[in-house]
Every structure is written in structure tokens, then in C-alpha cells.
Design a protein around this ligand. Structure first.
Ligand code: DAH
Length: 338
């Protein structure tokens, strides 16, 4: 029996040392130390031994059992440790790897110019207002002194929804909407999208304008000149030459168009200014008494000036862009430059 015990232990330890993984260790444990394992079988056999040998045999078996248990525990612990290390290795984060850059968008040049114009007028105490893009004929034309049969309606090719509803052709209707709601003194700018049935190199069916107006007692043409000169100098630089030319708009009297010295050639004459050295940049004038009548303002008490400008045109001049259509093609190579 002593010999069989020795063989059993030897065999068990050998199997244990060859166990390639945890489950093999557990198999060895069951095979030798389990309830039906080799050690248990020997313990059972021991019962048949004479009493004097039984004690010795019992001690020997228990020693072998203790030894084997110890080795099994060691093997289990070593596989557990290996597994833990393996997991740590798998989960390791390489903190020296460079991060992924989040690509940031840029503001569209039209948005940038709109914001810049807004900021300049905000600094002059103007409020910002908005109006609907789908507009009534009344606000877009009639209340602006453009009755249905007025020939000046032909100046703008309009998208009509029906006889009374249209896509606004300019931001001027916001003048009427604001004056209907509020009383002077008023200093307002109204940026927004407008629509016209036009499409070629210099026209797109949708574009952007900023409207502005000031109404109070004793507002004069010099106020108009002062405010717009200051605005254009802030936008294009103090040294930019500015001139006022008489013009016509149904909603202003007198009316003017305002030119700046060509920012491309500095006034010498080039392709952009068609050799004139000047660029038309603003429409403006003193608000027509008919417009005040439409909103119920006293023409005795109040006067005011108004102006309108095209954002794309300003963006083209500021950034030196020569094709209007580039603004609306959503080409990232183009847009990323601003
Ligand atoms: N609404 C005009 C246009 O779209 C621009 C304009 C001219 C606006 C004179 C005004 C103004 O307020 O006084 O062409």
C-alpha cells in the first residue's frame, strides 16, 4: 500500500506539472482528491488493514493528501495569476498614443459678414429684428409705396405663392412690421434671406440682405450720411473713399445709392468695378411719407432714414471672391478658407 500511495502521489504530481491550463488542474484535483478519487479509494481500502498498520497508513495517506492539495492550490493560484496578468495586458491603454483631432467647422462667409454688420450697428445702438421669408404682398410691396400697378414692381422678379402671398424680394417689409408694432424712437437692423427669380453669374435665386432704419423726431439726411459713412469705414477701413449718388426707390424720398472706392484696384479702375473705380454697395434714403402713413406714424412729427445692402456682394468684396455661386455650392475646400 505504501508503494501504491507513493506511485499515486508521483503520478498526480506529474500530471499536475504538465497541466497546460486551469481546467486541467481541476481535472487532476478531481481525479485524485475528489470523493471518488484515488486518495479516497486508498482511505477506503485502509479500513481493511489490521489496526496497528491502519494508523501508519492513515498518517501516510493524509500526508500525501496534504502535499497534493498544497500543490493543487499552488497550481490554481499560479494559473489565476497568469489570467490576471493576461487581462491587465489586454486592457492596457497606451497613453502615449496621439489623440484624434476633432475637426471643427467654420462659419460660412455670408454668416461672418452678417455678424460683422450686426456688430457694427449693435455698437451704434441698433436693435436686431426679423421678419418672415414667406411674406404678404402688402408688406413686401403695397405698404412700401408700391401699389399693384406700380411700374417699379418690375425692378424685382418675384416668386409668388398666390396673388397675395410671395417669397420676400427684400428685407424692407421688416420696416413695416416693426413700425406697426412699435413707436419711435427706433433704431433697427433686420438681416435675412430674400428671393428673386434671377440666376446667372452675379445673381442667385436666394441671397441675403441687411435692412436698417432709424426713425425719430428730427432725423435728417446728415444722420443717414453720418451713420452709413461710419459703418462703411468700419467694414472696409477708414481710408476707403465713399460717395453718395442720387437714385430712386419708391419707399424713400430723396433716395441715394452709396458707392465705395473699388477695394480691388483702389479706385484706378478694373474688371470688378468695370473701370469706374467705384462699387455700388448700399441703397438708402429718407423714409417716404406714404410709408409712414401706412403704419400710422405722423409725418409731421417723425422723419427717418432707411437703407438696404446685399451681404453676398460685401462678402465677395471683403474676401476677394469673384463668383457668387461659390457661396451656395457647399464645397468644403472653398468654405474652409474663411
Ligand atoms: N430694398 C431695396 C432692394 O432690395 C434696398 C433698399 C434701398 C432698402 C433703399 C432700403 C432703402 O431700405 O432705403 O433693392
Amino acid at each position: 500500500m505504501t508503494e501504491r500511495l507513493a506511485d499515486l502521489l508521483k503520478e498526480a504530481l506529474q500530471e499536475l506539472s504538465k497541466a497546460p491550463a486551469m481546467d486541467a488542474v481541476l481535472q487532476v484535483k478531481a481525479k485524485y482528491l475528489g470523493r471518488k478519487g484515488g486518495i479516497a479509494a486508498l482511505l477506503k481500502e485502509m479500513g481493511a488493514l489490521p489496526p496497528e498498520e491502519r494508523k501508519k497508513a492513515g498518517e501516510a495517506i493524509n500526508r500525501a493528501k496534504d502535499r497534493l492539495e498544497e500543490e493543487v492550490e499552488k497550481a490554481i493560484a499560479s494559473f489565476q495569476e497568469r489570467e490576471r496578468e493576461e487581462n491587465l495586458r489586454k486592457e492596457r491603454v497606451d497613453i502615449t498614443l496621439p489623440g484624434r483631432r476633432i475637426s471643427r467647422g467654420t462659419k460660412h462667409p455670408v454668416t461672418q459678414v452678417m455678424e460683422e454688420v450686426g456688430e457694427i450697428f449693435y455698437g451704434l445702438g441698433f436693435d436686431i429684428e426679423e421678419g418672415p421669408e414667406v411674406e404678404l404682398d402688402y408688406y413686401n410691396f403695397e405698404a412700401l409705396n408700391l401699389p399693384k400697378d406700380h411700374p417699379a414692381r418690375d425692378m424685382q422678379d418675384t416668386f409668388y405663392v398666390n396673388d397675395e402671398v410671395l417669397l420676400r424680394t427684400h428685407t424692407s417689409p421688416v420696416q413695416i412690421r416693426v413700425m406697426e408694432k412699435k413707436r419711435p424712437p427706433l433704431r433697427v437692423i433686420a438681416p435675412g434671406t430674400v428671393y428673386r427669380r434671377d440666376s446667372d453669374i452675379t445673381h442667385t435665386p436666394m441671397f441675403h440682405q441687411v435692412e436698417g432704419f432709424m426713425v425719430d423726431k428730427n432725423v435728417t439726411f446728415s444722420n443717414l450720411k453720418g451713420v452709413l459713412t461710419l459703418f462703411l469705414h468700419k467694414l472696409f477701413g477708414e481710408k476707403t473713399g465713399i460717395r453718395f449718388r442720387p437714385s430712386f426707390f419708391p419707399f424713400t424720398e430723396p433716395s441715394a445709392e452709396i458707392d465705395i472706392e473699388c477695394v480691388i484696384c483702389g479706385g484706378k479702375g478694373c474688371r470688378v468695378c468695370k473701370g469706374s473705380g467705384w462699387l455700388e454697395i448700399l441703397g438708402a434714403g429718407m423714409i417716404h411719407p406714404e410709408v409712414f402713413r401706412a403704419v400710422g406714424y405722423s409725418t409731421e412729427e417723425y422723419t427717418g432714414f432707411a437703407f438696404g445692402l446685399g451681404i453676398e456682394r460685401i462678402a465677395m468684396l471683403k474676401f476677394g471672391i469673384d463668383d457668387l455661386r461659390l457661396f451656395f455650392e457647399n464645397d468644403l475646400k472653398f468654405l474652409r478658407q474663411f
